[in-house]
Design a binder for this molecule. Sequence first.
Ligand code: NAD
Length: 469
Amino acid sequence: MSPHAELVSRLRAAWLSGKTRPMEYRVAQLEALGRFLDEKQQDILEATAADMRKPPFEVEVSELSICRSELNHTLNNLGAWMKDKHVEKNWATQLDSAFIRKDPYGVVLIIGPWNYPINLLLVPLIGAIAAGNCVVMKPSEITRNVERLVAETLPRYLDEDCFAVVTAGVEETTRLLENKFDYIFFTGSPSVGRIVMTAAAKHLTPVTLELGGKNPCYVSDSCNVQNVARRVAWGRFFNAGQTCVAPDYVLCSAEMQEKLLPALREAITEFYGPNPRESPDFGRIVGDRQFQRVQALLHSGHTAIGGQTDAEERYIAPTVLVEVQQNDPVMQEEIFGPILPILTVDSVDDAIAFINARERPLVLYVFSSRKEVVNRVLERTSSGGFCANDTIMHMTIPSLPFGGIGQSGLGSYHGRSSFETFSHQRSALLRGAGRETLNTPRYPPYAPHRLPLLRAATETKRRATCLLL
Ligand code: NAD
């Protein structure tokens, strides 16, 4: 048996023993995860700085605080989420009990990306533990320091019978995926998402795919340009642009572009000073391969702001591109770096047509002080999430399900949605063992005169609509 197969079968045996099911067990593991976050905070800050010079403030906001918030929200609500949900019954089952049990799947595999290596591994883990599963975690090998920290220290906090960290590159992850898991939760690129889904299909394993793509940001003519510039620049240049929910490109009128450019320049200088390279608040591209890819996208259109690079440091300045064409390289793939192209459109309907002609994004941003404009875009487009007059902030609410649609993903998580993602909705009917005469009408030999009675007892009727309401 391969080491991976052995691991999965050891975890499945632990799951089958029932030890992960009691609420007290789940709470104890979640609290232990909280201690990991508290006690290893400094190590996390150092590892993320070593991997991609992530500013400590950004680590606090986007990794630690989000995990703590998710943990507390889960601990505050777990009792209510775990309760059986009793459902409406028909006449035939009035004396019985019919309910939905939130059943754990079993052994779950969580595969994480490198851009928020703590958040995107631990937030799904919180949901998987809360739902009573055993978990194999596979952090990204790209952020080596975080990978090592998680592999060496996290298992010391959790029950090793039920939770394990596997460190693996592409080849080994391919072998890991040959095993039968009961659920796979993947965060990463759409191309690898397809590979993961294909591997899962071999075992008919259900999946959640949290993928990426190009998030449009429509800026209407009616808005406070300074506020828009700050909110867009923050969302685009946070983590040096390596954020799945970053606004990927701006759509606006030519007149708005004229006003937005100086406001963006001002916002960038206000955030990172005259030379962002010297700012402690601006990160770096994670690796050389990723640097080369992002740098190549700078050749699209005309550079209006920024554009400076340094391969040694993997530095790319906060950059704004104008005169970008739809078929330029920067518009062919998710940018995932600190580059913001602006494309001009004539109207909100042009923007909607532009968005609808492309893959459905993970999130769609709209800036407008006019509710009609915001609602028009919300009504006429489709995306994983939607946020008006800000960027990224929709992710800070654990009760909003987070996930993509189409090319940007499948399924969702955060808060209750995580708990439900990692729970099988098991339907249960507990009937009494007696009262057999009540069952007789349905048995052969069939008697047609009993049919009306049977229908009355089991069929759902359309509710009458009250014309006065
Ligand atoms: P990636 O798809 O390259 O890697 C993600 C994970 O998959 C890593 O753990 C990696 O080891 C593994 N992997 C890579 N190739 C594999 C293969 N052939 N077979 C099996 N496993 C493989 O993604 P990334 O570069 O780490 O992250 C960037 C992407 O993730 C972007 O597209 C971004 O938008 C997306 N993302 C999405 C979300 C979200 O919540 N929707 C969040 C963060 C990142």
